[in-house]
Each structure stands twice: as structure tokens, then as C-alpha cells.
Design a protein. Sequence first.
Lengths: 118, 114
Amino acid sequence: AQTVTQSQPEMSVQEAETVTLSCTYDTSESDYYLFWYKQPPSRQMILVIRQEAYKQQNATENRFSVNFQKAAKSFSLKISDSQLGDAAMYFCAYRSGDTLAGSYQLTFGKGTKLSVIP
Amino acid sequence: DSGVTQTPKHLITATGQRVTLRCSPRSGDLSVYWYQQSLDQGLQFLIQYYNGEERAKGNILERFSAQQFPDLHSELNLSSLELGDSALYFCASSEQWGTNEKLFFGSGTQLSVL
């Protein structure tokens, strides 16, 4: 079974600074997808960024980027120019690449609570 | 707004009772997923339905059951409730299939068992 580990329960960052959230995972599959989800106090789960394992290029979405190290099974999220609205729980998630099975089952890490200091 | 609708937003009930949580997926999405978020277990996948049929099962208790109706809305039934069932229950939907498919979450139903 796949596991996802987020070793930082809490992090803080000064507004406008850069912060990196860590995530490691364990899998025997070669084809899979990795995600970062944001959960603000509203509880809504919001997709931040997605990475396909077969792509060597790291995904980027505006101020959010990832450092995907497939051999090390590491998938960290970098938030640049942090804003007050970035304060939230961040979850790393794994999905099998077996799309033929037709399932989009996600395995989540425990989350990292990010605080942004004005 | 993700387009996934969950009702009710909050539910307070007593131990031993039965409740039903409802989910309407995004228009056109055939797959519905149920997830449970609790302080102890974190976010866990419970069950998936695709076009009315059960497709995948996760850590779902035998006291829990779900179904997807012909209009594609889904219900999660929780019975013989225990204090430990208190959690935030998410529904999510997705298209099938596609390399760019995404999972869209509802805003959840907060269940409190007293």
C-alpha cells in the first residue's frame, strides 16, 4: 500500500517570503500522480498543484512550484511571495496511475499547518 | 465553488442513531467519492461509485454504506453511530477518464455524534 508522509505538522513564514513544505511517499508503482491540496479555515479542499510521475519537469502554478525527486520519492511544495491568504492546512496526496481501473482514490498525508506572519 | 453540493453542512446526532449524507456531483461527472476527515485518522478514502456501481472501497466500516442513484447523486448512510464517527465527510466527483481529470471536492458535512 502507498503511504504519504508530511514530517512538518506546522510551519510559519513571513509575508512575502518563501516557504517549502516537505512530502515523501512510498510506492512500488512507476506511474502515478502527486498533488498538493490546500484546506483553508472554510474547510474546502482546493487543488493547488499536480505532478505526473512520468514528467521530469517540475509543475508550476503561479507562486506555487514543486520539487519532484522521483528516485528519492520526495515531492515538496514551494510557495513564493507568501500572502496572508496562503495560511491553511496543506495536504500532500498520491494517486495510482492505474487509470484503467477507473479509480481516483487518493492517499493523503497528515497535513502541514501553514501560518503566514504579517 | 467546486460545483459539488453536499447537504447538510452540519449534523448533530446521538450515539446509536442513523444519518444520511447527500452529495450531488458536478454536472456531467459520473464518479462520486466519499472521504472522511478526522483528527485521529486524517483524510481517508471510504468508497467510490461510478455511474451507479461501486468501483472501489477503502477504509469504510460495515456500519457505513453508500449508493449512487440514476440521477448520479449519492448518499452515504452511517448507522449505529459512535462517538468516534464524528468527522468531516467529504464528497468529491471527477470525470472519467482523461489525462487531465481532476477531483472536485464539496464543502463537506460536519458530523458531531454526542
